[in-house]
Design a protein around this ligand. Structure first.
Ligand code: AMP
Length: 233
């Protein structure tokens, strides 16, 4: 087991929470602070659908309906990613696990890799706030930067401030699909909150605050759980 160069320890983290709670935005900032790779199963699956791989073709219809992609496909993808050397100093899993079977499989995978779970961080936000957020969410297909048309719009309409790419509105951010994604979250993913609480690994963060405040609360929670202090860069 290798320790992480920036924090001097292995951090295996899960970011839990409903779609639209800000997992992607928070994960990018946190990974930059902690020096660990950001593993987003949603991003990985979207690159498979864009590249028209076999996995992408199998996943597409589930994703556009807001359903979960079958566990066997997601687990094979995550197992392969966690076997890569850059994860030896830890990693942040964003959007995985999303079901009890995925969580059980993850425990086994992390044990095999010799990096047991440090913490599961839950971003907490209510459904109506999520629907409002997601309807206005746009993202850059190149760098993944996320905008909100009302609270954090791009400087030029529809163009990414970082690289000028045209922003996209994810097909699964339309209201009817959002409602289905929320239902799937409550049914299949929410039970993980109790599971990680019972394991003593859960930290709950109020995701209804400004992004900088949410990030500060995540770092405080990590400090409480690990005894190490992490400073945002
Ligand atoms: P996200 O970007 O995390 O909101 O994920 C977008 C979509 O990808 C989800 O609505 C699911 O269809 C699929 N997906 C992402 N992660 C998983 C996972 N761990 N298990 C099953 N499906 C997933």
């Amino acid at each position: 087991m290798k320790s992480n160069g920036r924090t001097g320890r292995v951090l295996s983290l899960i970011l839990l929470g409903p779609p639209g709670a800000g997992k992607g935005t928070q994960a990018r900032q946190l990974c930059s602070t902690l020096g660990i790779p950001h593993i987003s199963t949603g991003d990985m699956l979207r690159s498979h659908t864009r590249a028209e791989t076999k996995l992408g073709a199998e996943a597409r219809s589930f994703m556009s309906a807001g359903e979960l992609v079958p566990d066997r496909l997601v687990l094979a993808m995550v197992k392969e990613r966690l076997s890569q050397p850059d994860t030896r100093g830890g990693c942040l899993l964003d959007g995985f696990p999303r079901s009890v079977p995925q969580a059980e499989a993850l425990t086994g995978i992390l044990e095999e890799c010799g990096m047991p779970l440090t913490a599961a961080l839950q971003l907490d936000l209510d459904d109506e706030a999520i629907v409002t957020r997601l309807k206005h969410r746009r993202s850059c297909p190149k760098c993944g930067r996320i905008y909100h048309l009302v609270s954090s719009p791009p400087r030029r309409p529809d163009l990414c401030d970082t690289d000028g790419f045209e922003l996209v509105w994810r097909p699964d951010d339309r209201e009817s699909v959002i409602r289905n994604r929320l239902q799937v979250y409550h049914q299949q993913t929410e039970p993980l909150i109790g599971l990680y609480q019972r394991l003593g690994k859960l930290g709950v963060i109020n995701a209804g605050q400004a992004p900088g405040r949410v990030q500060a609360d995540i770092l405080t929670t990590l400090h409480q759980r690990t005894g190490s202090r992490f400073v945002a860069n």
